[in-house]
Ligand binder design. Structure first.
Ligand SMILES: Cc1cc2nc3c(=O)[nH]c(=O)nc-3n(C[C@H](O)[C@H](O)[C@H](O)COP(=O)(O)O)c2cc1C
Ligand SMILES: C=C(O[C@@H]1CC(C(=O)O)=C[C@@H](OP(=O)(O)O)[C@H]1O)C(=O)O
Length: 366
């Protein structure tokens, strides 16, 4: 295991560095016959790409995807799908002496300790530049899930630093730079970010991602539980420091009489489980929340050490996101899609057409 491959039946192997010539991935195990073209993938990449507002990194990458294999006459063939995105706006010289210094909070120190040296062009392999290829692979998973099962995956920003963002409408999410489901709060978010950038600091965020239409039965009872795999996938995104499924940490203060979602023939009465029971989907909405840390690369001087172990101050140069959470929503959606397609295929492989005699009950009743 090299750590660069995700998934069991639907696998994604990613490659590339932030300032190398290209990043890309090989998607293997995609069912044949899915209509797929570059525009399907590009639409998702355009939501994640850098440089789209003053609140994100000013690196300008078009993130144009090329499909190199696995698609013929507009359909997936069942063979490996290779996706390539050429890097076009690397400016490695802007970073100063990053090779011999370690940014507090970034991966420079741990990469050097692990490998003995590292690709120090920008964030190298540790840069979230790599998440573009996950979004590309996730677009394929998402399309198949939607067409085959009607699964809809949707994410949004639910807090920016200290500002809670109440959910108003899914229609408002893609209309602003923050993926906020609440257009009215956007001026407040903009003011906050403008002041934050002036103070040369960064801030964390909370992202929520949901999936509706997942049928009951996907997942495994032990080890590869659906909730465990979701948590693994989300924690595998750069800068994610916490993941909650359903009520999450609020479960601590709940009583059993409150937390356990009651069932009626008309539907579940609540969804504290977040759509997973015993590692298996219940048919309810899957609800995931994640905490994203503040960007470590900030222009304020911070204490660190150099490669020789001497005390130094590091004020990071280069182009960075003042709040990495602002661009994390499409990545979280993609990771949820990758987990769900893998479990859909695993469920089909093992259980095939097994039909449960107990009627399915709907999600939360109104
Ligand atoms: C969408 C996205 C954009 C990011 N942009 C930056 C950035 O511009 N500068 C930075 O220092 N970290 C950025 N990060 C976070 C780093 O990639 C991350 O902190 C680093 O790889 C260390 O990993 P860890 O935080 O998971 O421990 C970003 C993360 C994401 C998800
Ligand atoms: C380039 C992207 O974001 C980058 C994520 C990132 C990091 O440290 O994670 C640091 C910055 O880039 P670099 O690797 O050049 O330092 C960001 O611009 C992107 O998302 O496409």
């Amino acid at each position: 295991m090299s750590g660069n491959t995700f998934g069991t039946l639907f696998t994604v192997t990613s490659f590339g560095e932030s300032h190398g010539p290209a990043i890309g991935c090989v998607v293997d195990g995609c069912p044949p016959g899915l209509a797929l073209c570059e525009a399907d993938i590009q639409a998702e990449l355009d939501r994640r790409k850098p440089g789209t507002s003053r609140h994100v990194t000013q690196r300008r990458e078009p993130d144009t995807v090329e499909i190199l294999s696995g698609v013929f006459e507009g359909k997936t063939t069942g063979t490996p799908i290779s996706l390539l995105i050429r890097n076009q706006d690397q400016r490695s010289k802007d970073y100063g002496n990053i090779a011999d210094t370690f940014r507090p909070g970034h991966a420079d120190y741990t990469y050097t300790q692990k490998y003995g040296f590292r690709d120090y062009r920008g964030g190298g392999r540790s840069s979230a530049r790599e998440t573009a290829v996950r979004v590309a692979a996730g677009a394929i998973a998402r399309k198949w899930l939607q067409e085959r099962y009607g699964v809809l995956i949707r994410g949004w920003m639910s807090a920016l630093g200290p500002i809670e963002i109440p959910f108003v409408s899914a229609d408002e999410i893609d209309g602003n730079a923050f993926f906020a489901p609440n257009a009215a709060i956007v001026p407040q978010l903009e003011d906050y970010m403008d002041a934050l950038r002036k103070s040369l600091d960064s801030v964390g965020a909370k992202i929520t991602v949901t999936a509706t239409g997942v049928p009951p039965g996907w997942g495994e009872p032990v080890f590869d539980r659906l909730d465990a795999d979701i948590a693994y996938a989300m924690m595998g995104i750069n800068a994610v420091k916490g993941v909650e499924i359903g009520a999450g940490f609020a479960s601590v203060a709940q009583k059993g009489s409150e937390h356990g979602d009651e069932m009626t023939p008309q539907g579940f009465a609540s969804n504290h489980a977040g759509g997973v029971l015993g590692g298996i989907s219940s048919g309810q909405e899957i609800v995931v929340n994640m905490a994203i840390k503040p960007t470590s690369s900030i222009a304020q001087p911070r204490h660190s050490v150099d490669a020789q172990g001497n005390a130094i101050e590091v004020a990071t140069q280069g182009r960075h996101d003042p709040c990495v959470g602002i661009r994390a929503t499409p990545i979280a959606e993609a990771m949820l899609a990758l987990v769900l397609i893998d479990h859909a295929l695993r469920h089909r492989a093992q259980c095939g057409d097994v039909v449960c005699q107990t009627p399915r009950i709907p999600g939360v009743i109104a």
